[in-house]
Design a protein. Structure first.
Length: 122
C-alpha cells in the first residue's frame, strides 16, 4: 500500500481562546512568520508538496488541525498563522498560533485563537 500525507501527519494539541475582533491588533504585534505552508489537506499545494518531498514537516493542514487536533464541528477559515514572540495569555514565546473565523457572526464579533505550545525536541 502506498503511504499518503495523511498517514504521516500528526495534528497538534491546541488550546482555544475566544477574543473580541477589536483586540486582534494586540495579538498581531506578538506574531512572527511561522515558516509553515498553510493549506487544506486536499489542496493542490498539499498534493504537490507531498509528491515532491514525501514529508509533512513544514505543512500546517488547517482543516485537519481544526477537525482532529481541536475537535471542532467543522473547519473554519484561517485569519492568520504565526509564532508568538512573547508570552500571551499564559502561552510561552515560540508557541504556534492560528486564528480562525469561528465566532465572527457572534455579537460582538469574535475570533477563535488557537495556540499550540512549542514542541520539546530531545
Amino acid at each position: 500500500m502506498k503511504k499518503s500525507w495523511i498517514d504521516a501527519y500528526q495534528p497538534r494539541s491546541w488550546t482555544l481562546h475566544r477574543i473580541d475582533i477589536s483586540f486582534t491588533t494586540e495579538l498581531d504585534s506578538l506574531l512572527a512568520e511561522s515558516g509553515l505552508e498553510v493549506c487544506g489537506g486536499e489542496s493542490q499545494v498539499a498534493a504537490a508538496y507531498w509528491e515532491r518531498t514525501k514529508s509533512v514537516e513544514n505543512m500546517l493542514y488547517f482543516d485537519m488541525e481544526q477537525l482532529l487536533g481541536m475537535d471542532l464541528d467543522r473547519a473554519y477559515g484561517v485569519d492568520r498563522v504565526g509564532i508568538l514572540t512573547a508570552e500571551w495569555q499564559g502561552h510561552p514565546a515560540g508557541s504556534l498560533v492560528m486564528s480562525i473565523y469561528r465566532g465572527v457572526r457572534d455579537t460582538p464579533p469574535q475570533l477563535t485563537v488557537c495556540v499550540s505550545e512549542p514542541e520539546v525536541r530531545s
